[in-house]
Design a protein around this ligand. Structure first.
Ligand SMILES: [Zn+2]
Length: 535
């Protein structure tokens, strides 16, 4: 039936390369003593889900020497950006083992460079689709897979990757030079953009077994920090409360999803990159000792949001960055109290209101932008984070975290789109929330709210009129209005603004004497530009 077929196409969990599902990567990489030339093998386990006769993998730059399918050499096609592998026709659900020998000079994705002391270091840095510079892959967040890393590195390098350390042993390469082979295994499905290795002269600072009873795969979460030798004395520094951060999110969301959590000083181009179970931080924050626990909380929150529950396609990036922004603020609330939390949300709101690049022009769910790096904007981060804050206000604390638990449990180790979150929020709150998601996430901008006030001495009331402008269309929202008395106390009332522009809604707050002032949204609950005028 056409209607059913169209429905299932719309819900295809792998919109990017729909006929095949890569379920596992085993990646063997030989790293050089110096320079960026790698020799590698990728062994992919693939399941057929559609009718195509060829698997198309993303791969840039590197030379492919040989491809086998189930042990038999096949004639592959190499194009500048892809590797096409013919697969024998079998029924849906059948499996293939594909082995690819490849290598060459890596120019991106795996960052090879010598550090300030002249030591060669190697760090994966894939976001958003730069894994294809060094990993033949279906390089899209919709196709998640488990991964085994087999890294052969020169002696004197510490190798860290996703998952659990399986083994390390010494071997000699073809020229008789000693190498150390480290094997790491990530047993949970992750997107390719989070598959990384680090090989550098790193020193481990052990944070111990944290969060016992709060881990999905074992009893506790072993955490450690890896730094350059020069920065070891900075430890534990911003990681002193890493256990408490994992504990908070495990309680708010669900058990920690991976085998361990390592934090690494690296050469990522981002301030921090949330690679599953091995977070890479910019080395500047270590060298300058300027790093704070806020970035640790943000990247740690991604282990649940982005890593375990991955946005199925790029327009839903806010499900990763908006969540990390908001849960970092919830860490601030837990660690430093309500007033620090309100200050942080006020800074988040200010970042939205002062943006000229994306917020006034594009919705958070941006289906038009094709430059993926441009999606790292204030819509995905700050506006997405503030929308979660308002959603919590809309449905209430209990329903909000009930829905967050449900959303996480349903989609962990898989992918989600915004409607999956809406469905859980509607279930938990018994509210219809289509209007909320549409006005905040599928339209640009925010409301502009202005209030005028006067004092009615006869009635002993503050008379307040509130209006929204129509710059971004009409929004529907509650707004708290407060009159400030001479002792500094706030007298609050809430006004439910309807989705109309230009009309003024009025309310009265009883007060014995003329107020010292009127404040809109004193508790930082509303994403709006706010203005108050005394008549
Ligand atoms: Zn982030």
């Amino acid at each position: 039936m056409l209607a059913l077929a169209r429905l299932s196409a719309a819900q295809d969990p792998r919109p990017y390369r729909p006929s095949f599902d890569v379920v596992d990567y085993t990646l063997t990489i030989d790293l050089p003593d110096t320079g960026a030339t790698i020799h590698a093998n990728a062994l992919l386990s693939v399941t057929r889900t559609g009718t195509s006769d060829a698997l198309v993998l993303d791969l840039l730059d590197l030379t492919v020497d040989r491809v086998t399918v189930d042990g038999r050499a096949v004639a592959f096609t190499r194009q500048p950006e892809t590797l096409t592998i013919p697969l024998p026709r079998r029924g849906s659900g059948s499996h293939y083992k594909i082995s690819i020998d490849y290598g060459g000079v890596v120019t991106d994705g795996l960052i090879a460079r010598s550090d300030s002391a002249g030591r060669w270091t190697y760090f994966g840095d894939n976001w958003p689709n730069r894994a294809r510079h060094w990993i033949p892959s279906v390089d899209h967040p919709s196709d998640k897979a488990t991964v085994t890393w087999r890294v052969r590195a020169p002696a004197g390098r510490t190798v860290v990757a996703n998952g659990k350390l399986v083994s390390t042993h010494s071997l000699r390469d073809g020229n008789g030079v000693q190498r150390v082979e480290s094997v790491w295994r990530e047993s949970r499905r992750i997107p390719v953009y989070l598959m990384v290795i680090a090989a550098a002269p790193l020193e481990q600072f052990d944070l111990g077994d944290t969060d016992c009873g709060l881990a999905e795969l074992q009893r506790c979460v072993p955490q450690s920090v890896y730094t350059a030798p020069e920065q070891r004395s900075f430890m534990p520094g911003p990681f002193a409360r890493a256990g408490e951060i994992v504990q908070l999110f495990s309680n708010l969301v669900g058990k920690f999803p991976y085998e361990k959590l390592s934090h690494l000083q690296s050469s990522t181009r981002f301030g921090g990159m949330e690679n599953a179970s091995a977070i890479f931080y910019s080395d500047e924050g270590f060298r300058r000792r300027s790093m704070t626990d806020e970035v640790v909380a943000h990247e740690t929150a991604h282990q649940w949001f982005g890593d375990a529950v991955t946005e199925r396609d790029w327009p839903h990036l806010w499900l990763s960055e908006g969540f990390a922004t908001y849960f970092a603020a919830l860490w601030t609330r837990a660690a430093r109290g309500d007033s620090a939390f309100h200050q942080q949300m006020a800074r988040v709101r200010e970042a939205v209101l002062t943006d000229t690049v994306s917020v006034p022009k594009r919705p958070v769910i941006d289906t038009i932008e094709t430059n993926l790096l441009a999606l790292l904007n204030r819509n995905s981060y700050e506006k997405g984070g503030f929308v979660l804050h308002m959603l919590r206000g809309q449905v209430g604390e209990r329903a909000f975290f009930d829905a967050i638990h449900g959303y996480y449990a349903k989609h962990r180790h898989a992918t989600a789109v915004t409607d999956d979150l809406r469905a859980e929020m509607e279930r938990a709150s018994q509210q219809s929330l289509g209007w909320f998601f549409d006005q905040w996430l599928r339209r640009p901008g925010y409301p502009e709210v202005s209030a005028t006030w006067s004092y009615d001495a006869g009635a002993h009331e503050v008379v307040i009129g509130v209006t929204q402008s129509g710059r971004f269309g009409a929004f529907q929202f509650p707004v708290t209005v407060a009159a400030l008395d001479s002792t500094g106390a706030l007298h609050r009332a809430t006004l439910r603004m309807t989705a109309t522009t230009g009309t003024t809604q009025q309310l009265r707050i009883p007060l014995a004497t003329v107020p010292a002032g009127v404040v809109l949204d004193p508790d930082v609950e509303l994403l709006a530009a706010l203005k108050v005028v005394h008549e």
